[in-house]
Design a protein around this ligand. Structure first.
Ligand code: FAD
Length: 401
């Protein structure tokens, strides 16, 4: 055979690696361990919150992977032994590997705020992993009265999808503008600046009255309103150092670290994320185990689905080369993050990256990529929405088949 690869996680990073391993060499035996029977993409989940797409519209199954001869084990990986080269599952299976790929995404830091724990997520959704959490947040938005306040608490860096909280604020405002126009969205942010800030601010001005007394979106930093001290899920209140808010809906997006299995398997460093060789995504801590996607430290690359997809292809190439005893070619990477801020109003940031051997980093290629101009024409903004939707269809197909 061509060797045994076990992949932990059938999300973006894991599924892409599985497909590209099989495309490169069908003789490699590929097994994906994933507890869920289907996956909901986080990308376009803000459109679900905005009422522009259904939850079913962001659901993708595993038949595409299975049709390529990839084995799906519907279970949770509970342990990875890099010396014995085995993955064990909660259901009691032991899977042998020559190479293992770990792509479990993120986990949340839930301590440190009074009143908030995992149980509180049933009333205060994060909706930062799509699926039931997205449905819950959407139902809360649907149930709120006109005139209510939606508070989004953004996470500190680094976190999954840097433009995500601001796209979310936009899509929620999009829904409220049409259905509950007296309502407001307030972002409370530990950061002093955020991804594509100029473009978001321009969008909020163009679409939601930003900069006027009647703005539907307000962005407040912790330096202004104070850090979050208490979240009361029963009373639905938010308390900061200096202020108290009484929202109809609270969307707390907690600080993040690598998915739990990566932490349990000793793949993370003190930062809570996993250091890797930037050429192959092989763990700096355990040989034979690769970590990709949000869980990995990928220097300049943001924690995005497109990054995870790009890293999956590089990792597949690295594993194919390693199993065949060949040298890994010099990789390059790509990422584009589209944001949809309202009707016919989109923009993007794009970058091409190269591996730099001298300091083991992934650095942006100068002159490649860039941002949508702040003064783009309405036609350009509309075209970016079409690009975003076609990117979505393509990345889904490219990742899960
Ligand atoms: P995931 O896709 O989360 O996959 C991890 C998988 O591992 C999951 O299926 C999980 O069930 C599984 N798993 C976890 N633990 C185990 C275990 N122990 N055993 C087995 N399986 C396990 N990115 C973009 O590129 N463009 C966008 O427009 C975009 N929009 C976004 C909007 C929002 C609101 C959010 C929250 C994110 C967005 N992202 C976007 C980011 C993107 O969703 C993530 O970066 C991407 O999903 C990361 O892929 P991953 O493979 O690391 O993790």
């Amino acid at each position: 055979t061509g060797g045994n690869v076990v992949i932990v996680g059938g999300g973006v990073g894991g599924a892409t690696t599985a497909r590209y391993l099989k495309l490169a060499n069908p003789d490699i035996s590929v097994t994906v361990v994933e507890p869920k029977s289907s996956y909901h993409t986080c990308f376009m989940s803000n459109e679900v919150l905005g009422g522009e797409r259904t939850l079913e519209g962001i659901e993708v199954g595993y038949d595409g992977l299975k049709s390529m001869g990839i084995t799906m084990v519907q279970d949770r990986a509970s342990g990875i032994d890099p010396d014995a080269r085995t993955v064990t599952t909660a259901g009691g299976e032991t899977l042998n590997f020559d190479r293992c790929v770990v792509a479990p995404g993120i986990s949340f830091v839930t301590d440190g705020i009074e009143g908030y724990d995992e149980a509180a997520q049933e009333k205060i959704p994060h909706a930062w992993q799509a699926g039931p959490q997205t449905a819950l947040l959407r139902s809360q938005l649907e149930a709120m009265e006109d005139g209510g306040l939606v508070v989004i608490i953004a996470p500190p860096n680094p976190f999954r999808c840097p433009p995500g909280p601001y796209e979310r604020a936009s899509m929620i405002a999009h829904y409220l503008k049409a259905e509950k126009p007296k309502s407001k969205v307030m972002i409370l942010d530990p950061k002093e600046k955020f991804s594509k800030q100029g473009l978001f601010m321009q969008a909020w001005k163009d679409l939601y009255g930003h900069g006027t007394d009647n703005s539907m979106i307000e962005w407040n930093t912790f330096s202004k309103v104070g850090a979050i001290n208490k979240l009361d899920a029963a009373a639905m209140t938010v308390e900061t150092d200096f202020e108290s808010f009484d929202p109809a809906v609270i969307n707390y997006i907690p600080p993040q670290k690598a998915g739990k299995i990566a932490l349990d398997a000793d793949l993370a460093d003190d930062s809570g994320w996993c250091p890797v060789d930037k050429m192959t995504f092989e763990s700096s801590k355990h040989a034979g185990v690769h970590v990709i996607g949000d869980a990995a430290i990928a220097t300049a690359m943001p924690k995005s689905g497109y990054s995870a997809n790009s890293q999956g292809k590089v990792t597949a190439a690295a594993i194919v080369a390693a199993l065949a005893g060949k040298e890994m070619p010099q990789p390059s990477y790509v990422n584009t993050c589209y944001s949809i801020a309202g009707t016919d109003y989109g923009f993007s940031v794009a970058a091409v990256y190269r591996y730099k051997a001298d300091d083991n980093t992934i650095a942006g290629v100068e002159g490649a990529g860039g941002l949508t101009p702040v003064d783009a024409s309405p036609e350009q903004r509309k075209r970016e929405v079409a690009f975003a939707h076609s990117w979505y269809n393509n990345i889904r197909k490219d990742t899960w088949g």
